[in-house]
Design a protein around this ligand. Structure first.
Ligand code: ATP
Ligand code: MG
Length: 455
C-alpha cells in the first residue's frame, strides 16, 4: 500500500517539488574500496539513482567506468558499476554527472539488436538516433489511461480463442525451463498485429540470444522488431537497464501513437539482477533470498506497459516468468501474477507429449477477456475449458480402460470431442492462425449437436 502511495505521489508531484532551493555545486569523491560488486566512495555528493564516472587516471591505461549511486551510509556512498571494473584502483576519482543519462531512439532501430545502453550488438554500425530521451519514461495518470477494449490478434489459435488478449494488456508466460516459452514468444513476434515489436532478452544464456534472433525470430520477424539483449554475463545493473531500456523504447513508440508489442524474456532474470544488486549493497534478504526492493521494482517496470492516454498508442506486454511445479512456492512468480493482467501457463506434461504450444488452458487466464470478446465466444471458451478439464480429471481412468461410457454425460461428450479439442489446441511452429479463423474454429468444435455414440 505504501508503495502505491509513493509512486502515485511521484506522478502528481508533492509539496517538496514546489519549494525553491539553491543549486548545489558538483562535489566529486574518491573510491575507498570495493566489496563484491559494490564500489564504496567517500566525499562524493550524488543522489540515489544518479550516474557517476569512476576515473582512474593514475595508471598507464586510463580507465573510465560508469556507475550508478545505489545507496549511502553516513558519508559513504555505494555505487554499482554498469560494466567491467578492470583497471579501477583505490583512490580513483568518482565524478557525479549532471544528467541521469539519455538513450538513443528512432525508427532506424527497427531490425537492430542493441545492448542495454543502446550500443549496436549486430555489427551493423551505430544507428542514427532521431531523439535522445531520458531513461525514465513519462508518467501517465492512471485515470487518463485508455481502458482495454480491443482484442489483439496474436496468431495463436488457443490464445485467440480461449485466452483472448486485449490491446494494452500485460500478461505473464509462466513455465519451467525448456517448455517452450521462447518459441511461443517468437511465434507471437512473427504473427502479432502490431506496428512495432520490442523484444528484451534479459539475463538469458548468451547462446540463446543468437538462436532467438536467427531461428525463432527469423529475418521477417526481425524487420519490424527492436531487440535489446543483455545476457547473463552482463553486470547486473546492465541487465536491469536493458529491461528498462526496452520498456522505454516501447513507451517512445506508444507516445508516437503506435501499437507496440513488448516481449520480455525473462522477468525472473530481471528480478534476479535486482536481487544481486540489493544484496550487494547490504539490503537484507526477505522472501526466499529476495530483498523487499525486488518486489517494489516489479510493479514499477510492469506498470509502464499498458495503454497510453485516450486516442494514443498502446503497449501490450508479455513477460516470461520461470516457475517450476507448484508455482506458489516461487516468490517472483507469485508477485508477478499479482501485478499482471493475466497468465498463460505452459505445462511440462503437455510438452513431453509433444503437444505444442504446451499451454495449460485450465491453469491460464486472461483477465480482460470478458471485455474484449462477444458473449458467444466467452461461453464457448468456458465450455471448451470445462470439457478439457473433464478429460484431464478422468485421464487416468480412461487410459486404463476403467471409465465406462454413460457414467457421466459431460465426460462422454468430452471423450467424443477429444480429437477436436486437441486439434484446436495444437499448432505448428509456422502456422499463423488469425483471430477470425480462431473464432470460427472454436465455434466449429461445438457446431454439431452431440451425436449419441451409443445410438
Ligand atoms: N511449438 C513448438 N513446436 C515444436 N517444438 C517446440 C515448440 N516449442 C518448443 N519446442 C521445443 O522445446 C524446446 C525448448 O523450447 P524453448 O527454448 O522455447 O523453451 P524455454 O522455455 O524458452 O526454455 P528456457 O527456460 O531454457 O529458456 C525447443 O528447442 C523445441 O525443441
Ligand atoms: Mg527461453
Amino acid at each position: 500500500m505504501r508503495l502505491e502511495r509513493t509512486s502515485f505521489a511521484k506522478r502528481l508531484g508533492t509539496y517538496a517539488d514546489t519549494v525553491k532551493l539553491p543549486a548545489q555545486p558538483v562535489v566529486e569523491g574518491r573510491l575507498l574500496r570495493m566489496v563484491g560488486l559494490t564500489l564504496e566512495a567517500e566525499g562524493l555528493r550524488a543522489a540515489i539513482g544518479s550516474r557517476c564516472v569512476v576515473i582512474n587516471d593514475d595508471s598507464h591505461h586510463p580507465v573510465r567506468v560508469e556507475a550508478e549511486v545505489m545507496g549511502f551510509s553516513g558519508t559513504k556512498v555505494f555505487l554499482m558499476p554498469v560494466g567491467s571494473v578492470a583497471g579501477i584502483a583505490p583512490g580513483a576519482r568518482v565524478v557525479p554527472l549532471a544528467d541521469s543519462g539519455r538513450l538513443p531512439m528512432g525508427m532506424s532501430m527497427l531490425g537492430r539488436v542493441l545492448d542495454g545502453a543502446g550500443r549496436a550488438l549486430d555489427g551493423k554500425g551505430g544507428m542514427k538516433a532521431e531523439d535522445w530521451v531520458p531513461m525514465d519514461g513519462p508518467t501517465i495518470n492512471p485515470l487518463n489511461r485508455d481502458p482495454i477494449s480491443q482484442p489483439l490478434d496474436v496468431g495463436i489459435r488457443s490464445i485467440n480463442g480461449l485466452l483472448t488478449v486485449g490491446r494494452g494488456q500485460r500478461l505473464g508466460l509462466f513455465a519451467g525451463t525448456g517448455v517452450g516459452k521462447s518459441v511461443l514468444l517468437g511465434m507471437m513476434t512473427r504473427f502479432t498485429e502490431a506496428d512495432i515489436i520490442v523484444v528484451g532478452l534479459i539475463g538469458e544464456r548468451g547462446r540463446e540470444v543468437k538462436e532467438f534472433i536467427e531461428h525463432i525470430l527469423g529475418t521477417e520477424g526481425l524487420k519490424r522488431s527492436v531487440v535489446v539483449a543483455s545476457p547473463a554475463d552482463d553486470a547486473p545493473l546492465m541487465r536491469l537497464r536493458a529491461a528498462m531500456y526496452c520498456t522505454r523504447i516501447a513507451e517512445y513508440f506508444r507516445d508516437k501513437g503506435k501499437n507496440v508489442l513488448l516481449l520480455m524474456d525473462s522477468l525472473t532474470r530481471f528480478a534476479q539482477a535486482q536481487r544481486e544488486i540489493a544484496l550487494a549493497i547490504g539490503e537484507p534478504p526477505a522472501t526466499k533470498g529476495y530483498p523487499p526492493s525486488v518486489f517494489a521494482k516489479l510493479p514499477k517496470l510492469v506498470e509502464r506497459a499498458g495503454n497510453g492516454e485516450a486516442g494514443g498508442g498502446s503497449i501490450t506486454a508479455f513477460y516470461t516468468v520461470l516457475s517450476e511445479g507448484d508455482d506458489q512456492q516461487d516468490p517472483i512468480a507469485d508477485s508477478a501474477r499479482g501485478v499482471l493482467d493475466g497468465h498463460i501457463v505452459l505445462s511440462r506434461r503437455l510438452a513431453e507429449e509433444g503437444h505444442y504450444p504446451a499451454i495449460d488452458i485450465e491453469a491460464s487466464i486472461s483477465r480482460v477477456m470478458p471485455q474484449v470478446v462477444s458473449p458467444d465466444q466467452m461461453r464457448e471458451a468456458q465450455q471448451f475449458k470445462q470439457l478439457w478439464s473433464r478429460l484431464s480429471q478422468s485421464r487416468d481412468l480412461i487410459s486404463v480402460g476403467a471409465y465406462v461410457a454413460g457414467g457421466d454425460a459431460e465426460t462422454d461428450l468430452a471423450i467424443a470431442l477429444q480429437p477436436k479439442l486437441v486439434h484446436f489446441l495444437r499448432q505448428g511452429l509456422n502456422d499463423n492462425v488469425g483471430m477470425q479463423q480462431s473464432r470460427e474454429h472454436l465455434a466449429s468444435v461445438f457446431a454439431q449437436p452431440k451425436s449419441d455414440t451409443g445410438g
